[in-house]
Structure formats: C-alpha cells, structure tokens
Ligand binder design. Structure first.
Ligand SMILES: [Zn+2]
Length: 134
C-alpha cells in the first residue's frame, strides 16, 4: 500500500523527473571527487543551475538530450506523434536555455553545459569538469 497521499506522491514523482537524475548525480560525484563543493539548484541564479560554484562564479547545467534538443544527438529525435506539440515545447526549452546562458554570462558567470549522453564516458567528463573548474 502507498503510504503517501496522491498529492504527495505526485509531487514526489514530479521531483524525481526534474532533479537528482542519474546524469546529474554523476556530474555531482565527479565534481565532489575532484574536491569542489557546490550548491544545488540556486533559485536566485538565472535558470536555477544544477550545480553552482559560488566562489568561482561558475555553474554547470546537466541537460537531458531530448528535453534540451542536443544538436545531432540520437537521443534528441522527435516523437512520431504530436510533432507540432513537441516542436513548440522543445523550441521553448531551447529558447529559454539560450536566454539563461546570455543572462548568466552577462552577470559574469562561466557556464558549462554537460549533455546527458556525455555522462556515459566518466573519464572524459572528469577531464572536462576539472578543466572548467580550475
Ligand atoms: Zn546527447
């Protein structure tokens, strides 16, 4: 039996979808392993970045390839149905990402975008994160 009320359950499931996703956890573990400490999902920063290194004025976004339309990536292909719906939705996501990046950079933040598919290769990812944060 589910001990949670339907409302709490749906809130929990929604949170599972957007936060603590596996690719994001990999990035967090790598950054932590390299000795960096970070803040998560700071709402006072543009786009609420996944990881924020406040003292360094650097942020990392971990983007799902589908939701953020990773160019040229097989995971970013459109569903076969409701194509117009998805096109509009994903276009809005890309535009928001673009705005967020501009705003952060205008405020002097360095931004690294890590794509979901790039978290498969941990060694390459570790190198990128180390280069970005040093
Ligand atoms: Zn991808």
């Amino acid at each position: 039996m589910d001990k949670l009320t339907p409302e709490k359950r749906s809130r929990l499931m929604a949170a599972v979808g957007s936060r603590d996703t596996k690719p994001e956890m990999k990035v967090r573990r790598l950054a932590y392993g390299l000795g960096y400490r970070y803040r998560l999902h700071r709402k006072d920063l543009h786009g609420c970045p996944d990881l924020a290194f406040i003292g360094k004025r650097k942020v990392i976004f971990v983007h799902g390839c589908f939701w953020h339309c990773h160019p040229g990536c097989s995971r970013a292909s459109l569903p076969q149905t409701n194509v117009v719906f998805w096109l509009n939705k994903l276009k809005a996501n890309v535009e928001r990402d673009c705005r967020t990046l501009k705003l952060l950079r205008a405020d002097g933040w360095d931004v690294l975008v890590v794509w979901e598919c790039e978290t498969k290769n941990c060694d390459a990812l570790r190198v990128r994160i180390r280069e970005f944060l040093r």
